[in-house]
Design a protein around this ligand. Structure first.
Ligand SMILES: [Zn+2]
Length: 380
């Protein structure tokens, strides 16, 4: 065994996403194992001559190969029998690849970004961009290239997780209308989903034989009417998400210390000064059609915005929003309040977070230790 620390990246070991490579349209010829041969040859030529290779395929690949080439199927079965190729269920394939990278320090060869896996609690060192490789074809020659090290926005991660949940729930294009309505579980059996969200389900419904059903108890759901456009926001303090809330069309809300959750975690942050400069009623938010607008409530509490720079794929330089005016906020922009608080849209299209209730949660810590007068109603 080579003595490597697992957090190091070992280009001499590579885990290959075989189904992904076989289906890669950029590679020559139709779907098949010859594409795996091409990328491995390129890896050995360009990255490491004596690489150890882990081949992982999901079990949806074999039926697909069957339609294309009997020889490929026979070869895949031989490789599987000899242990050269690991065939695992579709839902486990990504995990097996990532386990391999985690346990052996291996690189991963795939054009998948594994975005829906990034919050599964794996160590941060695993996700170093230098570990992930894909391929390009130039004038017929295959070149191994670092996977485009696109800044992975947390928005994209939550969107990918939600898309996966939607697929797992059996919602296909034919059922898309289900996502445009609000649903409630009204079953008589014990159901945690119903108890957690008695009014309206805040998770993706499951589809059974075309009927929207409760993902908790499986009972058919009751239609509670149209789902108005909504946006889920994350409240980050020092870069860490601490809370979430939902903004609905037609229901503007005022965000500030008065709307912070009354939890021990928030009280502890407050005592460290995390909310210095955040007003009790700091910014008004409203959702109209596809846009979110923000309005700083007064001159004393500035709201800064860091707009997302599409070209450079990162947040741009911050600027202050004009006081008392509504300004449209881009999907990926960040709003900054005080010294440490940032508000940002989550990638979820179905908000899971509760709506904010204005004027509640006036815990003692929300009033003490600030530069403002103690009276709660001073600003109203
Ligand atoms: Zn239920």
């Amino acid at each position: 065994m080579r003595a490597i620390s697992v957090s190091a990246i070992d280009v001499g070991t590579v885990a290959v996403d075989v189904s992904n490579v076989c289906r890669a349209r950029a590679l020559p010829q139709p779907v098949g194992l010859h594409r795996v041969d091409l990328v491995l040859e390129a890896w050995r030529d360009q990255i490491c001559r004596h690489a150890d290779v882990f081949l992982v395929a999901d079990d949806s690949l074999l039926p697909e190969l069957e339609r294309v080439s009997a020889a490929d199927v026979a070869r895949a079965r031989r490789m599987q029998a000899s242990g050269e190729l690991l065939v695992v269920p579709v839902r486990r394939a990504d995990d097996v690849l990532l386990d391999c990278a985690q346990q052996h320090g291996a690189c991963v060869l795939s054009d998948d970004g594994f975005r829906d896996k990034r919050r599964d609690g794996r160590p941060a060192w695993l996700w170093k961009a230098e570990r992930f490789f894909a391929w390009e074809v130039h004038e017929g020659a295959v070149r191994i290239v670092p996977r485009p090290s696109r800044h992975t926005r947390s928005y994209d991660i939550s969107r990918a997780i939600e898309q996966k949940a939607i697929r797992a729930a059996g919602i296909t294009k034919a059922h898309r209308h289900v996502l445009g309505r609000r649903w409630a579980c009204v079953s008589d059996v014990p159901c945690v989903t119903r108890e957690m969200t008695p009014e309206v389900l805040q998770v993706v419904p499951a589809i059974h034989e075309g009927v929207p059903c409760c993902p908790g108890c499986g009972a058919p759901l009751r239609d509670r009417g149209e789902r108005l456009p909504e946006a889920e926001f994350k409240v980050a303090v020092g870069g860490e998400t601490q809370a979430r809330f939902t903004l609905r069309q037609g229901r503007p809300l005022t965000f500030g210390r008065l709307t912070f959750p009354d939890t021990a975690a928030f009280a502890a942050l407050a005592s460290k000064g995390a909310f210095d400069g955040v007003g009790r009623r700091h910014v008004e938010l409203r959702r109209e059609a596809d846009d979110v607008h923000a309005r700083p409530i007064d001159d004393r509490h500035a709201v800064r915005v860091r707009p997302w720079d599409k070209q450079r794929k990162r947040l741009g330089r911050e600027r202050e929003l004009p006081a008392r005016c509504f300004t449209a906020i881009g999907l990926h922009d960040q709003l900054l309040l005080g010294e440490h608080v940032a508000l940002q849209r989550s990638g979820r299209s179905i908000a899971e977070a509760a709506e904010l209730d204005e004027g509640v949660g006036t815990a003692p810590w929300q009033q003490a230790g600030t530069d403002e007068p103690f009276e709660v109603h001073a600003e109203r």
